[in-house]
Design a protein. Structure first.
Length: 241
């Protein structure tokens, strides 16, 4: 088993691929005030952990769910196989404007915009929005101006901003912030709890690569619990200015 295969074995069949909870979706979509037939794109959807909450706010709307990792997109597709308002497929977040379902009233991007970078990603998403459309995304931030070395190390070299620095990035991308909300500790536990259960289930018989991946994932969860007062995700609702 390769290192990448081991990583995805740890993450296989998890209900979500990052911190989040239905209350995050409820907050963003209530603030966005979407039409009941809104077109939504869940960019970087993982196995589809947010789709049900998204659908609840748009009774006649549709959701396109895309993820670069095909097994995640396939898991989302299977999860909503009986829901005709959901289309899930592998795809590139940088190519949303080229999708036949575009343009969108809302692009929802939970914990995935950093793959493109905030400024580049928002500029790219703008091309896929309807007039008046909005983007909701969660991004790593420091919650203090003086984060510890452990808090900095948690993001493994990512240029994590403070909340003020994130707002500046959003402004440089030509967007205005409509609201922000810290992703709660409970939302993080909804991610790490199932992961830790899977780690324990995979321990017996794991080869060296899988054991390494299990140890790294367990260490990540433990590290977050140590630094959660200093860093986390900020959920942002923004629209082109």
């Amino acid at each position: 088993m390769t290192g990448m295969e081991a990583f995805f074995e740890v993450h296989k069949d998890l209900p979500r691929e990052g911190p989040g909870e239905p209350a995050d979706v409820d907050w963003a979509l209530c603030l966005a005030d979407l039409p009941p037939d809104a077109a939504i794109c869940d960019a970087g959807c993982g196995p589809g952990g947010d789709i049900e909450a998204l659908l609840a706010h748009v009774p006649r709307g549709r959701v396109l769910a895309m993820d670069a990792h095909a097994p995640f997109a396939q898991a989302a597709s299977a999860r909503f196989a009986e829901e005709p308002r959901v289309t899930a497929r592998p795809g590139d977040m940088a190519a949303l404007a080229a999708q036949p379902e575009a343009p969108f009233d809302l692009i929802w991007c939970a914990g995935a915009l950093y793959f493109l970078g905030v400024e580049n990603g928002l500029a790219t998403f703008r091309k896929a929005l309807k007039p008046g459309g909005v983007v909701a995304f969660s991004e790593p931030v420091f919650l203090t101006e003086t984060p510890s070395d452990d808090a900095r190390a948690f993001w493994d070299g990512y240029a994590t901003p403070t909340q003020a620095e994130l707002r500046a990035q959003i402004g440089r991308a030509g967007y205005e912030v409509l609201g922000t909300r810290r992703v709660s500790d409970a939302a993080w536990e909804r991610y790490y709890g199932p992961m830790e259960a899977r780690i324990e289930a995979l321990r017996a018989g794991a080869d060296a690569e899988l054991t390494r991946a299990l140890d790294e994932s367990a260490a990540e969860a433990a590290a977050w619990r140590r630094v959660r007062a200093e860093t986390g995700y900020l959920l942002v609702l923004a629209r082109p200015a």
